[in-house]
Design a binder for this molecule. Structure first.
Ligand code: ADP
Ligand code: MG
Length: 690
């Protein structure tokens, strides 16, 4: 039996009970087990007798637990075990980890690895790596004297047990790991064959060969996702023709004369790229990326006016009502006095109003429709949708984005994001889109000065600063992580905050803003804040995207540590929108060095791309742009923060392949075709996306 997809229960040593435990680790088949790579590999070649492990050296020792002792006050209890191997004894200490003590009972055998220190005159290790050796496992299986994989384990399945199962599976099945990558890629990139690589991943013959094996599996993942993207891109290019919408000089002039400012060079470049896409009869498929405040909206407005100038309609979809409203107001001032007809489609519209709007869209008597998700409801139809713009695209799923495209016949498509996406991630996830980057802010911008306020005194002086600015006629944002108690786990809330602010700033007109407010209320608040009638806007993160009030120059973010770095940067982007100096205070709720360290990154740089890279390192790609949302398989071994070079190679090979053999019909592509089919089966909604 050599079928990798056979149930893991067929393996020797796996009964129903173990099968169930393996299931908990997501392991159902032999392949899953073999792809369950060790979390780390421990070099136990240097294992020695405890008597030969003097303080100061790093060592691996093993022995029997003689005693387990708990110490310290209840809220930070630690424990200590004494391990004896017959030559001497050593202590291992864990602080604040009393929950772990259950793992160790007197009499069990353990392997410890770490730096040897001294504790009250005896040898000791603090927080060593450890493994409990289950009964019935021989010394050899504990890997002493070798390089040992330590697999992610689960209750009842110690690493030693998993290691044995993996070894059994390797012996029976590793030959079934056949090459699926195209021969020319394997050769070009000098990749280790899969059967050897899988063995090296688990039982490396040396650290170097393990790295080679790891490189192979990383390449596999990157290559597969890049091939998917390359295929999407080539399918999109082969789509039926879109309307060609050229921009003659007269139209360009007319549009520009409506803008209240001159485009920056970066905006101009983006406009040029968009104009050339729109003029061609291939549908545009472009991501417009630019830091907060870089002026994407104006570029989008330009593109929509090109569509309108060509007799087509444009739709502008924003993730929140606040933002849709804001875009509508901005566009209204740009279009004032022109013949362009524009409407705002909202969730809470009156039935008659709504049906009049839908009728206008369907019959083509409205040129631009701005709205939220409401735009993709089934009954929304357009007479001749030429351009769909999606703002803050990461707030939408693949299906929603695909849906707006379905409202027209091959409309041009422009998606915008202010989350500066690290280059690796952009290529890994949006490799099917063309990208324009606005990497320059409008002139005269002074980036906000940012300060972390942890101590009470720092907070007080921050509030004094706010007071002084309010007195000068400026406005301020206060941002809270939650609206009410309960969702916040006892942290700062909007409801409490507003009450406190009223006491701190008596006489200052204030209002609150959050997603749950009725539409009229939101509108009223936004308008009041924009006109300067409201001094303080207390809000949740609904103001994270898009809100644009240049006179608001101060922001205080409560419990700032509760937000991701990219999100903080985004929030901070609400100020510093005019030429006046602005200031952002990050009130830290959690004052641990890690939390403060993260906030200091925001304090130290205004470069959204750097912040995004840091965020990627700290939180991983999942938090960023849900790969699943984009219909791509997860990365298990590839590290988007670190594998840029490999990603570029995979990208090159994938696009070569799709170029040479778009149908993946060549015998050399058969392995790739099979993999692609598996992924597309698992995520059908994404495979059809342009
Ligand atoms: P983004 O959506 O990229 O965060 P916006 O489009 O909201 O940025 O623009 C931010 C602010 O900058 C707005 O107030 C806008 O009017 C202004 N702005 C945009 N482009 C320019 C420009 N070229 N010169 C001056 N101000 C600009
Ligand atoms: Mg915007």
């Amino acid at each position: 039996m050599t079928d990798l997809d056979s149930p893991v229960q067929f393996l020797k040593g796996v009964g129903p009970k173990r099968a169930e435990m393996l299931e908990r680790l997501g392991i159902g088949t032999v392949r899953d087990l073999l792809m369950h790579f060790p979390r780390r590999v421990e070099d136990r070649r240097d294992s020695r007798a405890i008597a030969d492990a003097p303080p100061g050296c790093s060592a691996v020792v093993s022995g029997v637990v003689r005693s387990v002792r708990v110490f310290g006050p209840r809220w930070r209890r630690g424990f200590r075990i004494e391990v004896d191997d017959g030559t001497a004894a050593i202590q291992a200490v864990w602080f604040r980890a009393a929950w772990m003590r259950e793992k160790f009972k007197a009499g069990v055998r353990v392997v410890l690895s770490g730096k040897v220190g001294e504790y009250k005159g005896a040898a000791s290790m603090t927080h060593p790596g450890f493994e409990i050796i289950p009964e019935g496992i021989e010394r050899d299986d504990a890997g002493l004297g070798g390089i040992v994989p330590v697999h992610p384990a689960t209750e009842g399945l110690a690493p030693g047990v998993i290691r044995n199962l993996v070894r059994a599976a390797l012996d029976a099945y590793s030959g079934a790991f056949t090459e699926w990558l195209p021969a020319r890629t394997v050769e070009r990139r000098n990749l280790m064959p899969p059967s050897a690589a899988v063995r090296e991943m688990h039982f490396p013959s040396s650290p170097e060969t393990r790295l080679e094996a790891l490189r192979r599996f990383k390449f596999e993942e990157l290559f597969l996702s890049q091939t998917l993207l390359a295929r999407r891109k080539s399918k999109a290019a082969a789509r039926r023709k879109a309307a060609a919408m050229p921009t003659p000089p007269g139209l360009d002039e007319k549009i520009r004369s409506r803008m209240p400012f001159v485009f920056t060079r970066a905006q101009d470049r983006a406009v040029r790229e968009i104009v050339s896409d729109m003029a061609s009869d291939r549908p545009m498929n472009r991501l417009l990326e630019g830091d907060v405040g870089s002026g994407k909206t104006a570029v989008a407005a330009y593109a929509m006016l090109v569509a309108v100038g060509n007799g087509a309609q444009a739709a502008f979809m924003a993730p929140t009502e606040v933002l849709a409203l804001q875009h509508h107001m901005t566009l209204k001032s740009v279009l004032d006095g022109s013949g362009v007809r524009m409407s705002l489609l909202e969730g809470g519209m009156k039935a008659a109003e709504r049906s009049a709007l839908l009728h206008a869209a369907r019959t083509g008597t409205v040129d631009i429709v701005v709205g939220t998700h409401a735009l993709i409801q089934e009954d929304v139809e357009f007479a001749r949708l030429g351009l769909a713009v999606v703002d803050e695209q990461h707030k939408f799923g693949v299906a929603q984005r695909a849906c707006i495209l379905g409202k027209g016949s091959n409309p041009d498509f422009l998606v915008m994001t202010a989350t500066p996406i690290p280059r690796t991630l952009a290529l890994a996830v949006f490799g099917d889109l063309d990208v324009s980057v606005i990497d320059e802010l409008p002139p005269g911008r002074v980036p906000p000065v940012t300060a972390v306020a942890a101590a009470a005194a720092a907070r007080r002086s921050a509030l004094d600063f706010v007071r002084a600015r309010l007195r000068e006629g400026r406005q301020a944002y206060f941002v809270f992580p939650a609206i009410e108690k309960g969702e916040a786990g006892g942290r700062a809330t909007l409801v409490d905050g507003l009450r406190r602010l009223a006491g701190t700033f008596p006489g200052v007109p204030m209002a609150s803003m959050h997603g749950g407010l009725p539409r009229e209320e939101k509108e009223r608040v936004m308008e009041g804040f924009r006109r300067g009638e409201i001094g303080i806007l207390a809000a949740t993160t609904v103001i994270e995207v898009g809100v644009d009030v240049p006179n608001a120059t101060v922001m205080v973010i409560e419990d700032a540590d509760r937000f991701g770095l990219a999100q903080l940067h985004q929030l901070r982007g609400r100020i510093g929108r005019g030429t006046a100096e602005s200031r952002c205070f990050l009130f830290a709720g959690d004052c641990t060095p890690e939390a403060l360290g993260r906030l200091r990154i925001i304090e130290g740089t205004a470069d959204g791309f750097r912040i995004a890279e840091e965020d990627l390192k700290v939180r991983g790609p999942g938090e960023f742009a849900g790969l699943r949302q984009h219909g791509l398989p997860d990365f298990r071994v590839a590290d988007l923060a670190g594998d840029f070079g490999l990603l570029m190679q995979a990208r090159e090979d994938a696009s070569d392949l799709v170029c040479r053999d778009p149908g993946l019909a060549d015998p050399d592509s058969a392995g790739v075709a099979a993999r692609i089919a598996t992924v597309e089966e698992a995520s059908p909604s994404a495979s059809g996306l342009a």
